[in-house]
Design a binder for this molecule. Structure first.
Ligand SMILES: Cc1ncc(COP(=O)(O)O)c(C=O)c1O
Length: 381
């Protein structure tokens, strides 16, 4: 049976991985500066992660959410401790889209309203309400388009005020650092005023931390750079280092009701074992400190490269914007220098989303390759 052909594929077949590298079937080593869309947080096949998952699957891989599961409680406590989000409660699911879908659903249930405010260039996933709040017409089917979503420009505080004061907005959903859209960010004043407007108008402020969360921004959550208190925080990618797991953190003022949200697989034993191994490693190896050290180093070198026109993002969620489209540059980095990088809807921007274990030597390897790649591109232009 052929695969439904929805993904444009690079001609590389990784079969194993170790920390910052993946290896193809011939043993060729590739430096991973993309982490499979920001998913690999503690490095490929981290020994503690492998051990935790192996131990757990040999005992109990799965049981449904109808029984006591102490691993869920342990993981929720650990997230509270490392994130500093005191008193928030956790609902588990399996992916980023599902996290946002549940966040929006919760906002709608609790406020009794249905319209959502989202921002230009946003990406929140491909399920019903999440994709409707995503600024990409090509992935919104007619069945999704019946959701009520208003898109505004980042920093358009007058627009947010005008819309939430109409009284029918259940949620404002935001990526504090845009991922797929290309690493743009709102200002502190904007985010803080949006937060206040939400509080004044019975509207939930949803922080989509699916990509920026779990230390990638240099803080546990990117919203923690600002003085805001989201009602709901959605998490996924870095949470399982590749094991599918997601969740939403829900503000202590929001009361749960049996049956309001639910899932078969979310928070299963194996997923929690993976999630705990990730957080224990982030803590033990002080990976958030490493994010900040390496980010500064990376940006200091990026600033010396004249072809890089703008550097966007925070921590290890970095966008390098050139004055030409970077499709060929990324191909050369993969096929000639064996380095994975990411693209964005901004076609001139490379996204750098490495495992949080990255060291200076990997940064040097990237910039040496980039410089070699840029010379012929300049000649061709
Ligand atoms: C900010 C953000 N939200 C949500 C999603 C959707 O996550 P998933 O692909 O796990 O459904 C993504 C995926 O790229 C994302 O970057």
């Amino acid at each position: 049976m052929p695969l439904f052909d929805v993904y444009p594929l690079y001609n590389v077949t990784p079969v194993s991985g170790k920390d910052m590298y993946v290896y193809d079937e011939k043993g060729v080593e590739y430096l991973d500066l993309y982490g499979g869309h920001a998913v690999i947080s503690i490095g490929h096949s981290h020994p503690k992660y492998v051990k935790a998952i192996t131990n757990q699957v040999s005992k109990l891989g799965f049981y449904s959410n109808a029984i006591q599961n102490p691993l869920q409680v342990e993981l929720a406590d650990k997230i509270e401790k490392l994130s500093g989000c005191k008193g928030y409660e956790l609902f588990f699911c399996n992916s980023g889209a599902e996290a946002n879908e549940n966040a929006l659903k919760l906002a709608s249930f609790k406020t009794g309203k249905a319209r959502v405010i989202a921002f230009n260039n946003s990406f929140h996933g491909r399920t019903s309400a999440a994709v409707a709040a995503t600024d990409n017409k090509n992935i919104v089917a007619p069945i999704n388009a019946q959701q009520q979503v208003t898109f505004l420009a980042l920093n358009d505080i007058e627009g947010v005020k005008r819309e939430v004061e109409k009284g029918d907005v259940c949620a404002v959903i935001v990526e504090f650092i845009q991922g797929v859209g290309g690493l743009d960010q709102g200002t502190a004043a904007f985010f803080e005023q949006v937060d206040a407007l939400c509080k004044a108008n019975n509207t939930y402020f949803i922080a989509d931390e699916v990509q920026s969360g779990y230390g990638r921004s240099g803080k546990f959550f990117a919203f923690q750079y600002y003085n805001v208190t989201p009602e709901v925080i959605s998490i996924a990618k870095g949470m399982g280092n590749g094991f599918p797991i997601g969740g939403i953190l829900i503000h202590p003022n929001i009361e749960a009701k049996h049956g309001m949200l639910g899932t078969t697989f979310g928070g299963n034993h194996l997923a929690c074992a993976a999630g705990l191994a990730v957080l224990n490693t982030i803590e033990e190896e002080k990976l958030i400190d490493n994010v900040n050290v390496i980010s500064e180093y990376f940006i200091s070198i990026a600033k010396t490269i004249p072809q890089i026109k703008t550097i966007k993002g925070k921590g290890l969620m970095i966008g390098l914007e050139f004055d030409f489209e970077i499709g060929d540059l990324r191909k050369k980095l993969i096929y000639e220098h064996h380095i994975f990088t990411g693209g964005a809807s901004n076609k001139k921007l490379i996204r750098i989303l490495p495992p949080l274990t990255i060291k200076k030597v990997h940064v040097n390897q990237f910039f040496e390759a980039l410089k070699k790649t840029l010379v012929p591109i300049e000649v061709e232009k």
